[in-house]
Design a protein around this ligand. Structure first.
Ligand SMILES: [Cu+2]
Length: 374
């Protein structure tokens, strides 16, 4: 059953790839020889299923795997021995630290858990400390920070501090700046927190699998000088995707062109996403973080917003755009602010509307409510 579903998914991806208008590898398609409908008679043009493959050869999943055995694990479900249900229900919560001679020391354990993204839908997730996203590390600009990372995953891992100005040997790139942290091993990262802004940390080992599987979390560095006009509400939203079939979790995009079927904000799909309740007149800051593999144009109903920071760096007041939609690409951060001017339930959602479904059923996915009350 499982193998059959994977085969169907792969076949679908191959067909979609072959039908895409911009394959480029088949420049003759739709050109001379096309019939009145603009379709190519198959007998005149032995199309291949995979652009760039040799003429007349029809690719099958099996042969692709044989061609590239290193990629075969992408088609395997994400698993771990004795994976347990999550004991927490909310990700991205502030992580406590201990002070050791002026150093803020945080502890992270990379481990697999069963993580509910929706009532009745539970993924097998690779996590920091058992939640998706992992816990929020929140420090102040200039703090000396030490993060002790224990790997309880079945696979090696590393941690990359995305956007933070760390020393090169703390950058978390396996085979470049450090050896992978093997299962059972511990690695200690240490750096000075700078600059101030919205950042994230995530796996840099087999990111195609591990990041999509949940190994990501926010790191917020507050400015040393208190802000002149701090928001009344300050929320961090990490946007990502999942592929679930027959109760098993796969890499969100096991092959180029394949599509995930669940979409999450802070590890939850609508209607399980958080409702953000604010008072009329509040200044609200949302820190949008793209940690998946897809671009998400996030649209807010009812109130325009200003983009006050991009990728952690403040936008000077005179250069700020006022928008109602901002596209959040993988790796990007946008801090947006708006005044909650009108009461009501205002929707924030992705405007690729397929991303507001759960396994093709609307409404779902990347949507949450901003509930403005008196
Ligand atoms: Cu989207």
């Amino acid at each position: 059953m499982k193998k059959f579903s994977i085969f169907v998914l792969i076949s679908l991806a191959l067909i979609l790839t072959a039908c895409a208008p911009s394959t480029g590898a088949n420049p003759d398609v739709g050109m001379p020889g096309a019939n009145d409908n603009g379709n190519m008679p198959m007998s005149d043009n032995p199309m291949t299923l995979v652009p760039g493959a040799s003429a007349g050869v029809t690719a099958t999943p099996g042969s692709m795997m044989a061609d590239n055995p290193e990629a075969a694990h992408m088609m395997e479900p994400i698993t771990a021995p004795n994976v347990q249900p999550a004991t927490e229900t909310t990700g991205g919560q502030p992580l406590a630290y201990r002070d050791e001679n002026g150093v803020k020391v945080f502890e992270l354990t990379a481990k697999a858990v069963q993580w509910p993204i929706l009532d009745g839908v539970t993924v097998t997730a690779f996590t920091y400390n058992g939640t998706v996203p992992g816990p929020m590390i929140r420090v102040t600009e200039g703090d000396q920070v030490r993060i002790v990372v224990k790997n309880e995953l079945p696979d090696p891992t590393t941690v990359h501090w995305h956007g933070v100005e760390v020393p090169n040997e703390m950058d978390g790139v396996p085979g470049v700046t450090q050896d992978p942290i093997q299962p059972g091993e511990t690695f200690t990262y240490e750096f000075i927190a700078r600059p101030a802004g919205t950042f994230m940390y995530h796996s840099h080992f087999e990111g195609d699998v591990q990041v999509g599987a949940g190994l990501y979390a926010p790191i917020i560095i507050d400015p040393r000088e208190p802000e002149a006009n701090p928001p009344a509400v300050d929320k961090t939203l990490m946007i990502s995707e999942w592929l679930m079939t027959d109760g098993q979790t796969f890499a969100a995009m096991p092959m180029s062109g394949m599509e995930p079927n669940y979409f999450t904000i802070n590890g939850k799909s609508f209607p399980a996403t958080e409702t953000i309740t604010v008072r009329k007149g509040d200044l609200v800051r949302l820190r949008l973080i793209g940690i998946g593999q897809f671009i998400h144009p996030m649209h807010l109903h009812g109130m325009p917003f200003e983009i006050v920071a991009t990728d952690g760096h403040p936008v000077p007041e005179g250069a700020r755009l006022t928008k109602d939609t901002v596209s959040v690409a993988p790796g990007e951060r946008y801090d947006i602010e708006f005044v909650a001017a009108e009461t009501g339930q205002w929707v924030l959602h992705c405007h690729i509307l397929h991303h507001t479904t759960n396994n093709n059923v609307e409404p779902g996915g990347l949507m949450l409510m901003i509930n403005v009350v008196e």
